[in-house]
Design a protein around this ligand. Structure first.
Ligand SMILES: [Zn+2]
Length: 224
């Protein structure tokens, strides 16, 4: 089973690590380098030095992608200019090096997807992690070769709207994620638990869904 978005390695058969805390994470199958939108809440900027550093990481790691990057309105009412600039600059770097991007868009998915559209094609595939907006954006996401990773929120009995959204997603674009970090790794459900719940929501046998999810993960990685 592939954990399509996490920040620490927890022993899944495959994991895609974003913004690793160690420069060279060992034992993960795909690594994404980038600055998270929360780095740009309090006057932080994505400097020329940051761009050089990211570019060097991409050159030194030919299979690496760019992420976790994006926009966020969980912690502010409007997206700060520095956050938007950092997102655009990192998208442009991903495009220049033809790398996949892992994208965060909490509470501003419309704006986030819109920023990605000009980079369609140049960025081979996008992973929209923790996507929780209504299904209206899904056609745009599919059109730019976007994938959507479903998280442990589907296990929450109160997440009725989220489960309805998940049911409406095209199954060939779904991945599963834990978004586990060093701080919450012990309390975060496994991707296996998320996948079992997802299978029952989609009305699919768990083993059939698991094969589908692995094929989707291969397709996402193989897009570049
Ligand atoms: Zn994350």
């Amino acid at each position: 089973m592939t954990d399509a978005h996490c920040h620490v390695i927890r022993g899944e058969s495959r994991c895609f690590i974003a913004s690793p805390t160690h420069d060279e994470p060992r034992g993960c199958d795909a690594v994404f380098y980038g600055r998270h939108p929360w780095d740009f809440l309090d006057g932080g900027v994505f400097s020329g030095e940051d761009a050089e550093k990211l570019e060097k990481l991409l050159e030194d790691n030919p299979s690496a992608g760019v992420g976790e990057i994006g926009l966020d309105r969980l912690k502010t009412k409007t997206v700060p200019d520095a956050m938007r600039d950092a997102f655009r600059t990192q998208l442009a770097l991903a495009a220049r090096h033809s790398r996949n991007a892992v994208v965060h868009g909490a509470k501003c998915w419309g704006e986030t997807v819109k920023e990605c559209i000009p980079f369609a094609g140049a960025i081979p595939a996008f992973l929209f992690h923790g996507f929780s907006r209504s299904g209206g954006l899904v056609p745009d996401i599919v059109a730019i070769n976007g994938y959507i990773s479903v998280g442990p929120a589907i296990l929450n009995d109160h997440a009725t709207n989220y489960r309805e959204l998940v049911k409406s997603l095209p199954v060939e674009r779904i991945l599963v994620e834990s978004d586990a970090t060093a701080e919450n790794a012990d309390d975060t459900p496994s991707v296996e638990d998320t996948a079992v719940r997802l299978a029952s929501l989609l009305g699919m046998p768990p083993d059939v869904l698991e094969r589908r999810l692995e094929a989707n993960a291969d397709a996402f990685l193989g897009a570049r």
